[in-house]
Design a protein around this ligand. Structure first.
Ligand SMILES: Nc1nc2c(ncn2[C@@H]2O[C@H](COP(=O)(O)OP(=O)(O)OP(=O)(O)O)[C@@H](O)[C@H]2O)c(=O)[nH]1
Ligand SMILES: [Mg+2]
Length: 257
C-alpha cells in the first residue's frame, strides 16, 4: 500500500479470472476486507485537505496572473526534455520557472538550471506524487512575476499524481510511444483528467510496433476534453502547436488577473 496517499486501499479492487483459452471461470465478487472503511475515510480526508490547499494555490496564482501547469507522465516519458526545449524557445518572450518533483536527486533541477531557468526541486522521499502544500512552498521560493509560466514537473507516475490537484490551471500529460499504445486504457484516470496530451518520442515510431490509431482510439474513449498533439521533444518535431498552446493559455491567465 502507498503510505503517502493510501492509493491502494483495496476498496475498488476488481479481480477477474480469465482462465486458460477455452475455459469459462466465474468472476469473483468483491469482498470488503477488515479496515477498508477506515482506509477509505483516511484517504478522503487527505484528499479533502489537499483540495483546499490547491484552491488556495489557484487563487494565489490567478491573483498574480501566473499560469501554472501540472506536467505528468510515466518515468522517462520526456517531461524534462520537453521543458528544456520549451525554455530554449520561450525564455525571451516571458518569465518562466519550474518546480521539479522527484523522489530523490536534483538531476532534473540541475538540467533546468543549466537551461538558464529559475527552478526549485522538491524531493518527496517515499512519496509517489506532488501535493498542493509542497507546491505552495515551491511557489513561495520562486515568487513568480505577473505573466510568468510555472511548469510543475510531477513525480514520474501514471497513477497517484492524477488524484492530487496542485492548483494548476491545466494538466498536461505526456505519453511516450515507447510505453505502448494501451496506456490510456490501462491508466484511464490520468488521461481522463488531462487538458492536453502530448504523444512524445514520435521520432522512434519507425522502430516500434506502436499502433498510433489504436492509441488515439483509447484516448478518445477516456480523455474527453483533452487536445492531443504528437511531438518529439528530442528532435523538436511538432512543438510549434505546443508553444502556441502555451502562449494562448498564458494570455488567458494574465487577462484574468
Ligand atoms: N528518441 C527520443 N528520446 C527522447 C525524447 N524525449 C525524451 N527522450 C529521452 O528519454 C529519456 C528520458 O527523458 P526525460 O526528459 O529525462 O524524461 P522525464 O519524463 O523527465 O523522466 P523522469 O523525470 O525521470 O520521470 C532521456 O534519455 C531523453 O533523452 C524524444 O522525443 N525522442
Ligand atoms: Mg524529469
Amino acid at each position: 500500500m502507498c503510505k503517502t496517499c493510501g492509493c491502494s486501499d483495496g476498496a475498488q479492487t476488481r479481480i477477474t479470472h480469465l482462465g486458460v483459452a477455452g475455459s469459462h471461470p466465474h468472476p469473483h465478487p468483491h469482498v470488503p476486507a477488515d479496515g477498508e472503511a477506515h482506509l477509505v475515510s483516511l484517504e478522503a480526508r487527505i484528499l479533502d485537505k489537499n483540495d483546499r490547499l490547491a484552491e488556495r494555490n489557484r487563487g494565489w496564482l490567478a491573483g498574480r496572473g501566473v499560469l501554472a501547469l501540472n506536467l505528468m507522465s510515466s518515468p522517462g516519458a520526456g517531461k524534462t526534455t520537453l521543458l528544456e526545449k520549451t525554455l530554449a524557445e520561450l525564455a525571451d518572450e516571458f518569465p518562466l520557472a519550474v518546480v521539479e518533483g522527484d523522489q530523490e536527486t536534483t538531476h532534473d533541477a540541475e538540467r533546468i538550471r543549466q537551461a538558464g531557468c529559475n527552478v526549485v526541486q522538491i524531493n518527496t522521499g517515499q512519496g509517489c506524487h506532488l501535493e498542493a502544500d509542497m507546491v505552495a512552498r515551491g511557489l513561495q521560493e520562486i515568487d513568480p512575476a505577473a505573466g510568468s509560466v510555472v511548469f510543475i514537473e510531477n513525480v514520474g507516475n501514471l497513477v497517484c499524481p492524477a488524484l492530487f490537484d496542485l492548483g494548476e490551471a491545466a494538466r498536461v500529460v505526456i505519453l511516450a510511444v515507447t510505453e505502448g499504445e494501451d496506456k490510456p486504457a490501462k491508466y484511464p484516470h490520468m488521461f481522463h483528467g488531462a487538458d492536453l496530451i502530448l504523444i512524445n518520442k514520435i521520432d522512434l515510431l519507425p522502430y516500434l510496433s506502436f499502433d498510433l490509431e489504436r492509441c488515439l482510439g483509447y484516448l478518445h474513449e477516456v480523455a474527453h476534453h483533452a487536445e492531443v498533439l504528437q511531438i518529439s521533444a528530442a528532435t523538436g518535431a511538432g512543438l510549434e502547436p505546443w508553444f502556441a498552446w502555451l502562449r494562448a493559455h498564458r494570455e488567458k491567465a494574465l487577462a484574468g488577473s
